[in-house]
Design a protein around this ligand. Sequence first.
Ligand code: ISC
Length: 397
Amino acid sequence: MAATEQLGSIVDSTGLAGRTAGSELVAAYRPGSFFLASRAGTLLAHGVAHRAPDAADPAEAVRAVLAAARPGSVVVGALPFAPGAPASLVVPEAVHHGPPPVVTPNPVPRPRRRPLAMRAVPGQQVYADGVRAALELMRGTELAKVVLARALEVTSGEPVNLAELLGSLIELDPVGYTFAVDTGQGTLVGSSPELLVSRKGGTVFANPLAGTLPRDRDPVVDGQRATRLLGSAKDRLEHGLVAEAVAEGLRPFVRKLEVSEPELLPTTALWHLSTRITGELTDPDVSSVDLARALHPTPAVCGTPVASARAAIADIESFDRGFYTGAVGWCDEHGDGEWVVAIRCGLVDANTVRLFAGAGIVPGSRPADEVAETSAKFRPLLTALGFAHEELDGGAR
Ligand SMILES: C=C(O[C@H]1C=CC=C(C(=O)O)[C@@H]1O)C(=O)O
């Protein structure tokens, strides 16, 4: 999580002088830039000096492009969900590092708008049928968990202002990983609570999440939900599969592997179960992208076993995930970097946004609950876009 802490100054400058406050970096965002902000710091990158070659192994592509770039360069971009799909990784022309964005204590409420059009892909009933189909598969096969996603396409009256959207996402959830990355087919924008992996010197950190309940405005009900989640056997199973896979995925690369007990992690809309995993890298040549590649896809975005879960996703889901449930992040020439699970996000193209939300299905999952969970996962982005999401979600059946 702390991988950007080391970054206190501007590596290269396009006019911003010295250490720049994170909120200024939000304002300096322009379409095509790469942006990633977290509690640890803010990274804003402009332009494309080099593009990483298409390669089966993105870690090799990152090594190759960094070798061709000038010393001190950083690679930024996104890794896709599907194996073999092209990554979007570049060495930018200019990289700015700053502290975490400053959050206004009392943000000015923005007027709520209604979108011109919206379309659920698939509708809620079809998604619920998909959950039933997955549960049926689990009864007859080795499939133990699968993450099923749905999308919501929203058309606004005007083009989405990406800098404003980033600012709103940060205001809503200052502790999230807020990102924007130009994928070539639109800009993937979101605020993810989940760190796939970071590497800082010899220290490796991962923070798998799984097992979720929507939060409630009433603090008493909200507290009861948190307690229920922590004690839920179904959610502990769903979470345990992810935490175990991440710990086992890191084991070949580290010594002193430490795995916390599952704990609660709140976002603005949800309670999650979270496990913190740390280790000391044994081989300094293993980069943050090598680690991301070794871990992806975790059962937080795909399932267990991976091959059966991929097949179930291909059968049941009706859209291409693209970079959703891939990873967004950066890697420097030393291999240090930070890769965030690309969830709670949407693909913005002019005045349309395709939002994505998925939920882990295990025996004991209830279709209606998974619909409600995915609805809750859409909410922060809809709010940040300025939409009255209650009407929206109800209408998108
Ligand atoms: C796949 C998503 O969330 C994953 C990450 C955390 C918790 C999850 C869950 O409880 O289902 C999901 O596995 C998503 O938000 O689109």
